[in-house]
Design a protein around this ligand. Sequence first.
Ligand code: FAD
Length: 393
Amino acid sequence: MDRSHDVVIVGGGNAGISLAARLRRLGLDDVAIVAPGPVHRYRPLLNYVAGGQADLDRLTKPQREVIPDGCVWIQDRAAAVDESRNQVELEGGERVGYADLVLAPGLEHDLHAILGLEASMHDGWSTTAHLSATAESTWTAIQRTRRGKVVFTIPPEPAPCGGTALKPLFMACDHWRREGVLPDIDVHLVSPYSEILDVPSVENHLRRGVERFDVTVRHRATVATMDPATRTITLDSNGVDEIISDVEQAFVVPHYRAPRWLAPLAGDQSAGLVDVDPRTLRHRRLDRVWSLGDAAAVDTRPSGGALRRQVDVLADNIRRSRSGETLREYDGYTIIPITLDRRRLLLAEFDRDGNPQPTVSFVDLTAPRRVLWAFDRYLEPIVYYRGLLKGRV
Ligand SMILES: Cc1cc2nc3c(=O)[nH]c(=O)nc-3n(C[C@H](O)[C@H](O)[C@H](O)COP(=O)(O)OP(=O)(O)OC[C@H]3O[C@@H](n4cnc5c(N)ncnc54)[C@H](O)[C@@H]3O)c2cc1C
């Protein structure tokens, strides 16, 4: 073994950095973060970049600036976990020992899960807000489109806050309405759900939103193949092929998957995600291994907002497990913020059973409001960098 640390965290994204900061606040003084760097992104702003409301520069910081004080940054990628020796193997060849290991490497987008997607993106016929490389060109494509058929998608789970793929759709429709070209644009939405997101507390508002902009919704469908030469998209619609032809512009979100090197730590039912007890966030088989964030099988839809509770529970549970106390439980709280047009936003907040979990009770946050849009667009990035990543929220 080359070196060892008390707690080793794999992943320097929202989950890994927030947890490291929280552990430092709890008094743990030997925390190492394995993160390749060199940049850290506040990804919720990508949708606003695609909606023409934010600059890409604003969501990016050097990784070194977000590593919490007192933590060791190991600038490499994890390649495997040697569970018999309590060591992480890094791509660079080093082995790092741990007393507790936290896996937070997020999800990977898979351009090959949809046949033809990569070529379609290369061609410029398809673009997505969900990737930093194409968020800006999504806004360019929205501005360029003046007529014809367009197709937006919501990715199937697991996906990083997949429901927010509705944000660029509604912002684009509102832009086209203001430009006076919406009547000439035939907007389609492909959703893997029976309703729009299958979140009962907000379905009424979402339905009114798609009706307002005359969007045709294809339910229980995912994109199977795309052909940039013929401008055709084939859907897997509940097991049946369905073709959308003459597509002027596609806004297809790639599908996501768990990192493959995690497979030995995944369970039969966990879709390749780290097989933790969804309540305690502890690995079902390995007592000193934990996981949170998008890579963890926590039985709820992944989001950055979900991490507020996960970080709190997991940091405390590492401490509790060491002193033999009963572990705390995460209720599966998650959040999907959705803009309904360029200036109004609603919050879908719910637990793993789909029950509403509003953060505040004095105002209905599931109704679209201008103040929520302003909060999400302008205040959340500040709360993220100054609060969440500092282990304060
Ligand atoms: C377009 C978009 C919009 C979103 N909007 C919202 C929103 O409005 N609200 C909300 O709550 N959430 C939103 N999310 C979701 C939110 O960004 C994610 O849920 C959150 O970032 C998950 O954090 P994470 O740390 O688990 O994963 P990530 O943020 O993906 O971080 C994982 C980190 O691990 C690193 N890594 C990967 N593999 C390895 C390895 N082998 N070794 C070491 N490090 C590795 C990666 O480089 C990355 O830095 C959005 C996501 C996207 C993409």
